[in-house]
Design a protein around this ligand. Structure first.
Ligand code: MLT
Length: 274
């Protein structure tokens, strides 16, 4: 069973106060290590549902966060969701639900936030799964793309963002039910959150220098056909992290935990077994 916990985050140097919904399942709190799952853009905790209902729930207390302004978490009015702001929210969740560190799983924007968390408070990270994510910052073309996406969502609404992204998020042969799940998430995300995310994604720093200092046991996961975080780039990122394992999930694009939840869970279980 999944229960929702509410965590109040005070204002910090990174942003305003917020109320976060955290969806918890698996081993009873305190009886096993905590694992936090950080979703990507423009999504929410529902992208992790297959994992929450899978075998990892036998090993950990699983906590899937709705970042501020996503899923059940109300927006905070912050005009930019910097990765540092999102990371300080994740840190507040870990402090509230665990005695010490947590296993951290971040996908794409969630991975960028995980890098920021490592930079802010590495002692809160027991192990790190970096799925379909990138250490590099946006280049000029990508930053222009963020501005174009902001203009699109303001002028045309969320459906236009979903239409533009679906072919990158899921592999070509994705079934209709999976496509519908992704559309449901994107179309329930407030426009202000999409805009604040895009500004934060555009402003995120390059994290390549951080990689060699990541000492937590790590796993980098790529999707064979991911056009956003390509397997080649993910492999180079894994090589730069001491003792990171690298896995490419066949047939997947960007949303590997939705496209191949069993393979994804198997890789995470192997990381946790060490
Ligand atoms: C995500 O899935 O979080 C986004 O694709 C990240 C990005 O656009 O850089």
């Amino acid at each position: 069973m999944i229960t929702t916990r509410w965590i109040d985050v005070p204002a910090t140097a990174h942003g305003r106060a917020a109320r976060l919904a955290v969806h918890v399942t698996g081993k009873p709190m305190g009886s096993a290590p905590l694992a936090v799952l950080i979703h990507g853009y423009p999504l929410d905790h529902r992208m992790w549902l297959d994992l929450l209902h899978g075998p990892l729930a036998q090993q950990r207390t699983l906590a899937a966060i709705d970042l501020r302004g996503h899923g059940s978490s109300p927006g905070s009015g912050d005009p930019v969701h910097t990765m540092e702001l999102l990371a300080s929210d994740v840190a507040a969740v870990i402090r509230s639900l665990a005695d010490g560190a947590a296993d951290v799983i971040g996908l794409s924007m969630g991975g960028y936030a995980a890098f920021a968390l490592w930079a802010q408070a590495p002692w809160l990270v027991r192990s790190l799964v970096l799925a379909n994510t990138r250490a590099v910052a946006d280049d000029e073309q990508a930053r222009a793309g963020r501005d174009a996406a902001i203009a699109t969502v303001i002028a045309q609404g969320r459906r236009a963002i979903a239409d533009a992204m679906i072919g990158k998020l899921l592999a070509k042969n994705a079934d209709a039910a999976l496509i519908a799940r992704v559309f449901t998430m994107v179309e329930s995300l407030p426009v202000e959150s999409i805009v604040a995310d895009l500004r934060g994604l555009k402003a995120r720093p390059d994290r390549q220098a951080l990689l060699k200092g990541i000492t937590a046991p790590s796993l980098v996961i790529a999707g064979e056909h991911d056009p956003i975080a390509t397997p080649a780039e993910s492999s180079a990122m894994a090589q730069a992290i001491p003792n990171a394992r690298f896995a490419v999930l066949p047939g997947c694009a960007h949303l590997t935990p939705m496209e191949a939840p069993e393979l994804f869970a198997g890789e995470v279980a192997r990381l946790w077994a060490h």
